[in-house]
Design a protein around this ligand. Structure first.
Ligand code: VG1
Ligand code: CO
Length: 543
């Protein structure tokens, strides 16, 4: 094998964020930028010689180029085998599934998730460990440290591999298997859900619609919903993955999934609608003229889990990220199981899932999943909902409203201030850190502060500590406001404001969310001085 050692210079900006390294495509195209990061990754791992690596991406611009680069570097660095998704395509959940199923050493997922793609868009690299989940902070920090001092990388001279033809070939001493992107994942889904029952329900007048947003779930959703479950052809909208996601923002929320929103809030809307993001790990669930918040979705899935074959024996526990509403906690309390509160980012759920402390996990950012893999899983959530609907045979809105009557409603909203000046955003957070010690007991209108802190998390399994994970202000009646800065953006800073209040009275559970949260939103803007410091009077995106 002809290993070539190439000299390089470190880049100082290769610290992975909430979910991998994300940058503009033009940055990844800088000389050796990707190579440096991949070599830094390999240099920080131990024991992969002869082992299997899983490789694939969401199909965005630069995916194919990056795959060829990574393949050659994996061969030069001594991997024994790479399983690569056909056409370079693997959704994030499918990659997690394949890592686990074939006991791979780890996997590289090429994606910037919901960030726009194309030559002027974003690209990203995530590394997942052998449990199929995102690398923990200790690993990503080691990669970053290595990237600061890297002076050479290894590759081999070889021709480009044909990524479109299934089958095995060799690259240096390494085997490369181009595998079907969908089959293993679809098989896992059919082992968890009652496909016969869903198929029967879809044969009646129950109508569904799935928006893949020109991103990676297109082939998965078409295979599972249309071919396996018999939903009519055309059920999947925007089902062909495109390098620029059709120019859109592949983020399944009420703002960006407008094709779906128009249908689901229009005349003659179907009974159920869903969308997923760039790399297929997020989901948005809609009913006919009805939006299910991701936090409520997690709670509803937890409350109804035993209706679904894969979860019929009940849940070991539930886990949610700190900014996610406390709706799931109420279900856990009723079920007598533990609920965990973790920092934002799926990597914090890995240990809880591995130790069987939690079965279902969720984030307010349209992420839900379970112990079946170690990533969030968009289509899994869609199928979970379809299974529940097929059993209960009730409209989505009735199921959610019934849930509120039983558990109370957690009104919830997130306000994003995107593209804020980084320095100002940091000032805002520092000022908040400075005021929180003095907030306890302080009244704001009808609300009195019960606690205010900067969230810190100690992993109950390995004892690792994550600090400064977001400012929380909790009020006496259980309401909360949370502030944090995004760790996935690539332009300026994004301030996220999360607001939640609890309403036990069923007569008051059908208010408009922004109205119901109006006072808390005003308090948040005031405490953090958002308009003064950012120059913004209103957020860019409300979900
Ligand atoms: C955001 C979400 C977080 C999610 C992360 C990755 O992070 O808030 O909940 O885990 O994206 O999701 P941040 O740091 O920007 O708030 V994905 O689908 O982009 O991999
Ligand atoms: Co994603």
């Amino acid at each position: 094998m002809n290993v070539k050692t190439v000299s390089t210079q470190p880049y100082d900006d290769q610290r992975p964020g909430t979910s991998g390294l994300r940058k503009r495509v033009s940055i990844f195209q800088k000389p050796n930028y990707l190579e440096n990061f991949i070599q830094s990754l390999f240099d920080s791992l131990e024991g992969f010689r002869g082992q299997t690596l899983v490789l694939g991406g969401d199909g965005r611009y630069y995916n194919r180029t990056a795959i060829q680069i990574v393949l050659k570097m994996a061969a030069a660095n001594g991997f024994g085998r790479v399983l690569v998704g056909q056409g370079g395509i693997l959704s994030t959940p499918a990659a997690s599934c394949i890592i686990r199923k074939y006991r791979a050493f780890g996997g590289i997922i090429l994606s910037a998730s919901h960030n726009p793609g194309g030559p002027d868009g974003d690209f990203g690299v995530k590394y997942n460990i052998g449990n199929g989940g995102p690398a923990p902070a200790a690993v990503t920090e080691a990669i970053y440290a290595r990237s600061q001092e890297i002076l050479e990388y290894k590759t081999i001279e070889a021709v480009e591999l044909d990524l479109d033809r299934l089958g095995t070939s060799t690259l240096g001493n390494m085997a490369v298997e181009v595998v079907d992107s969908v089959v293993d994942y679809a098989e896992l889904m059919s082992s968890l859900f009652d496909f016969d029952r869903i198929r029967d329900y879809l044969r009646g007048d129950f109508r569904i619609c799935m928006d893949s947003m020109h991103a990676v779930t297109g082939p998965y959703a078409t295979a599972i919903l249309e071919r396996q479950l018999g939903a009519p052809v055309g059920t999947v909208l925007n089902g062909l993955p495109r390098e620029d996601f059709g120019g859109g923002h592949p983020d399944p929320n009420l703002v960006y999934a407008h094709d779906l929103v128009d249908i689901m809030f229009g005349d003659g809307a179907p009974d159920f609608g869903a969308a997923s993001d760039g790399d297929g790990d997020r989901n948005m669930i809609l009913g006919n003229n009805f939006f299910v918040t991701p936090s409520d979705s997690l709670a509803v899935l937890a409350a109804n889990a035993t209706l679904v074959p894969g979860y019929q024996d009940g849940l070991a526990g539930v886990a949610r990220s700190m900014p996610t509403s406390q709706a799931a906690d109420r279900v856990a309390a009723k079920l007598g199981i533990h609920s965990y509160e973790t920092p934002t980012g799926w990597k914090f759920f890995g240990n809880l899932l591995d130790a069987n402390k939690a079965t279902l996990c969720g984030e307010e950012s349209f992420g839900t999943s379970s112990s079946h893999i170690r990533e969030k899983d968009g289509l899994w959530a869609v199928l979970f909902w379809l299974n529940i609907l097929a059993v209960k045979q009730q409209p989505v809105a009735d199921i959610v409203r019934g849930h509120w009557r039983t558990y109370g409603r957690n009104y919830y909203s997130r306000h994003d201030y995107e593209g804020v000046d980084k320095a100002l955003a940091n000032v805002l957070m520092e000022q908040l850190r400075a005021v929180i010690p003095n907030l306890e007991g302080k009244p704001f209108g009808n609300y009195t502060v019960k606690y205010a802190d900067d969230f810190s998390y100690t992993d109950p399994v390995d004892g690792s500590v994550a600090q400064k994970q977001g400012i929380r202000i909790g009020f006496a009646d259980g309401s909360r406001i949370v502030f944090r800065l995004s760790g996935t953006g690539t332009q300026g800073a994004t301030l996220r404001l999360y607001v939640e209040s609890y309403e036990p009275d069923s007569a008051r559970q059908n208010r408009d969310t922004q109205d119901a949260l109006g006072d808390l939103i005003a308090i948040a803007k005031d405490v953090a001085q958002i308009p003064t410091l950012t120059g913004r009077d209103r957020p860019t995106v409300i979900t």
